[in-house]
Design a protein around this ligand. Structure first.
Ligand code: ASP
Ligand code: MG
Length: 470
């Protein structure tokens, strides 16, 4: 079996949906299972509807519901040629729209919009979309069945980001989907949504359809999980900033996780977990360019020694440093720093300590800086008073550049290449960290320098990545 997940843009209008039909048809020999998102923009629209409902803006609710009706009706008219089938789809959508309006009315009467209600409202996008995709496939002569994942994906009641009960979910999937596939039917499963043991609707968090794709693909032991999106795969750098950025033929799960942490447009690490556990390769493919092989993410990749795969950056950060002779060799300082930041709920993105131990720097999101500094000032007030610590200092407006690739492990000279590239651009490196996995080198630079530095590092190091198809 081959699990294919289509994102919102890939199912967002009639031309895209035509492409979906062609893709499913051309892989029918591999027994595809489809998981799909809501049409692009629909989830946001639904959340807006819920907020309008609680504010008792009945006119806005009506208008939005009408726009959903029109958008889906337009697709039905254009894509479902057989009259009986089209009427059935339109009737199915009408029932969902009624249910949505009723829920909104309830929200308005109660003047209460709980996370539970938000999930109930958000669930409609995937239900509209997958009902429609199944009808379109059928109309094109491909036997298909709409599957509401609330009957498969069992979760806890953490609305908005529910946790999956894998034992129950895998059992449900294995009972439901393989018998259909055996009969030559393509199941079309709603991404993003699930339900609690009591049957209450939940969602897996924004962009959760990828996660559903991985859950379904892993439960079925699919040969691969294909994530259809609108780019040719995972890129070596952000193509908006770096000329010559290009798609990577393959990366490891760990590289993907590392890149995504540093802001590359890859799938979310949590999404990959079921695939990693089941050792199922994930392939990122482009619906706008389906013959392109995309990027394969798997346990093992042909790591080419010395090869850097990706240069990414995140900006909008601040650098907090704690300095002082009193820190020298004193155990517990780091523990106090992290405990204080934990208390303040600050997300620490990077840490670096000079081996002289006079200085510890932490990179944190700009919005967390005041809290971080405030809490550290409090924690070290008496140390500062006794001059054991000089100060807690903040430098605003920095960025982290991350250079990622398993092939850097044990290969001398990569760091030198990175730093000489940066030096040639006359960019000042404020701090450096390398994880002991040697998967990643991170540099902190001023925000204003970040694009130049990324382009220079990319030019110096990523040049050796084998080209797709090579
Ligand atoms: N439709 C949901 C969202 O927009 C889930 C997804 O697209 O993956 O977040
Ligand atoms: Mg999406």
């Amino acid at each position: 079996m081959l699990t294919m997940k289509f994102g919102g843009t890939s199912v967002g209008d009639a031309p895209r949906l035509r492409e979906v039909v062609d893709i499913v048809r051309s892989h029918s020999g591999r027994r595809p299972v489809v998981v799909a998102s809501a049409m692009s923009g629909v989830t946001d629209l639904l959340l807006g509807v819920a907020h309008a409902a609680v504010r008792k803006e009945a006119g806005k609710v009506k208008e939005a519901v009408e726009s959903l009706r029109r958008r889906h009706q337009g697709v039905a008219d254009e894509m479902v040629t057989q009259a009986g089938r089209r009427q059935e789809l339109v009737a199915g959508h009408a029932l969902l729209l009624d249910e949505l309006e009723n829920i909104c009315m309830g929200i308005g009467y109660l003047e209460e919009l709980s996370p539970r209600s938000l999930d109930a409202v958000a669930s409609f996008g995937e239900r509209f979309s997958c009902m429609q995709i199944a009808a379109i496939l059928e109309d094109a002569g491909i036997p298909a069945r709409y599957i509401d994942a609330r009957g498969l994906v069992r979760t806890d009641a953490r609305f908005g980001e529910a946790q999956v009960d894998f034992a129950a979910t895998d059992g449900n999937i294995l009972r439901t989907l393989p018998p259909l596939v055996e009969q030559g039917v393509v199941p079309v499963v709603t991404g993003f949504i699930g339900s609690t043991g009591d049957g209450v609707t939940t969602t897996l968090g924004r962009s959760g359809s990828d996660y559903t794709g991985a859950i379904v693909g892993a439960a079925l032991h699919s040969e691969e999980i294909w994530i259809w999106t609108d780019v040719d795969g995972v890129m070596t750098a952000d193509p908006r900033y770096v000329e010559g950025a290009r798609p990577l033929p393959e990366i490891s799960y760990r590289e993907a996780a590392e890149m995504s942490y540093f802001g590359a447009k890859v799938i979310h690490p949590k999404t990959m977990l079921p695939a990693i556990t089941g050792r199922i390769p994930i392939r990122i493919k482009n619906t706008f360019n389906p013959s392109h092989p995309g990027t394969l993410i798997s346990e093992r990749t042909a790591t080419v020694a010395g090869v850097v795969k990706n240069v990414t950056s995140i900006d909008g950060l601040g650098l907090v440093s704690i300095e002082g002779h009193g820190m020298l060799g004193v155990p517990g300082v780091s523990a106090r720093i992290f405990t204080a930041l934990g208390r303040a709920g600050v997300n620490v993105m990077m840490i670096s300590q000079a081996s002289s131990e006079h200085n510890v720097c932490l990179v944190v999101p700009q919005k967390d800086c005041p809290r971080a500094v405030g809490e550290l000032d409090k924690e070290f007030a008496s140390d500062i008073a006794h001059k054991l610590i000089d100060d807690v200092r903040l430098m605003d407006g920095v960025a982290i550049i991350a250079v990622v690739g398993e092939g850097m492990r044990g290969v001398p000279g990569i760091a030198a290449k990175v730093f000489s590239a940066v030096a040639r651009e006359q960019v000042n490196v404020i701090a450096v960290a390398q994880g002991s996995s040697e998967l990643n080198i991170s540099l902190v630079v001023a925000e204003g320098d970040v694009r130049r530095a990324v382009a220079a590092i990319h030019g110096q190091t990523v040049a050796d990545v084998p080209r797709t198809g090579a």
